[in-house]
Design a protein around this ligand. Structure first.
Ligand SMILES: Cc1cc2nc3c(=O)[nH]c(=O)nc-3n(C[C@H](O)[C@H](O)[C@H](O)COP(=O)(O)O)c2cc1C
Length: 348
């Protein structure tokens, strides 16, 4: 049976934030929830083998706050037992859903038959979905972290992060994938996934081999949508959507239940409410983003915010110097000072 959970309650069409490693972290999601919330958000992907073996630092990717609901934890890997354990962790932390990444094309991921590499091993991919479904079922029936044999180090970190366990509800399980490995096999592939009755299948209209080159193939996504429509599973198209208007057109033309949007939201947390911010608003929110990052995610890797800063000032007149200074910044205080100097010296 398809268990849709919160997905079934979302108004259609669904317009969600696509997961992006290194981008859709707790600070960006916080900013989005405040300035233009999508219908659903996903975390960055988290490696199940690493986390299950005790790399608790990875739990940073699972930080979220109330305002971000509904939020889906995205996980990736190959080892079935590790999927089970990390799925239980997501249940404990109070996520609304769990998504299995079957789309990452990065060589270090896909060559181990993780991410998009799972398209190569359909039987194994099916077993993973089954195992994650078993975890959410066991959670809803009351299994404890100890009974599930999680490492004490993980249990300690999880209870510190979330002293109260998430509700004993059964989370919906979804899959995000691509159209194939070297060649497009989207129609056969989606049928394999549908046998496991996931709540949602989101598909990026490129093969693994294409990485991010060429155009996302929406004609293929349209064909897949027709197949998925015959079932209770929801289907979200993904790839190259640049505006909200375009999102609606694609949904209508290709008959998907919704879309996920990734890169077009970079530096544009107003995307989902179609607001065009002034340069002053952009600066204010960029500073807010940095401040939240320092407070919640951890200030040591402040440099990871620099790409966000570059995106926030896209389209600023005379921003060459501003960009150079921001690319060297190391703290929110510094970013604030740099923007103040810029506005003092430029009449914007
Ligand atoms: C920097 C970057 C990181 C990404 N990380 C993830 C990820 O962690 N999980 C995932 O499913 N997809 C990931 N993706 C893929 C996006 O979710 C999305 O499928 C892809 O960018 C196409 O959508 P877009 O054209 O709207 O950006 C990533 C994409 C980019 C550019």
């Amino acid at each position: 049976m398809v268990h849709k959970g919160f997905w079934g309650k979302l108004p259609k069409p669904i317009i969600g934030l696509s997961p992006m490693d290194g981008i859709t972290d707790a600070s960006f999601r916080h900013i989005l929830a405040k300035h233009g919330k999508p219908d659903v958000m996903y975390t960055e992907f988290v490696n199940v083998e690493g986390l299950a073996r005790g790399a608790v630092k990875m739990l940073n990717h699972f930080i979220f706050e109330k305002s971000e609901h509904p939020i889906v934890a995205q996980i990736y890997g190959n080892e079935i037992e590790s999927f089970y354990k990390v799925a239980l962790m997501a249940c404990h932390l109070g996520f609304d859903g769990i998504d299995i990444n079957m789309g990452c094309p990065a060589n270090k991921v896909a060559r181990r038959n993780s991410g998009a590499g799972l398209i190569r091993v359909p039987n194994h991919a099916q077993k993973i979905i089954r195992m994650v479904k078993k975890a959410v079922q066991d959670w809803s029936e009351g299994i404890t972290l100890e009974e599930a044999d999680l490492r004490p180090k993980n249990i300690l970190a999880l209870r510190k992060m979330s002293p109260r366990a998430g509700a004993r509800k059964k989370l919906p399980v979804s899959v995000k994938t691509r159209t194939g490995i070297d060649a497009i096999i989207a129609e056969e592939w989606v049928k394999v996934l549908l046998e496991e009755e996931p709540a949602v299948i989101a598909m990026h209209g490129r093969t693994l081999k294409q990485m991010y080159t060429g155009d996302a193939n929406w004609e293929v996504l349209g064909k897949v949508a027709k197949i998925v429509k015959k079932t209770k599973t929801l289907f979200l198209g993904n790839g190259d959507v640049k505006t909200l208007e375009e999102a609606k057109q694609r949904i209508e033309t290709y008959g998907t239940d919704g879309v996920l949007i990734g890169r077009a939201t970079c530096g544009n947390p107003w995307f989902f409410k179609n607001h065009i911010p002034t340069p002053h608003e952009r600066a204010k929110v960029a500073i807010e983003h940095c401040r939240y990052y320092e407070k919640v995610v951890g200030g040591t890797a402040f440099y990871s915010l620099r790409s966000h800063l570059g995106w926030y000032i896209k389209g600023f007149d005379g921003a060459k110097d501003l960009r150079i200074r921001l690319m060297l910044s190391n703290s929110t205080e510094e970013v604030e000072r740099i923007f103040n100097d810029f506005f003092k010296n430029n009449k914007i």
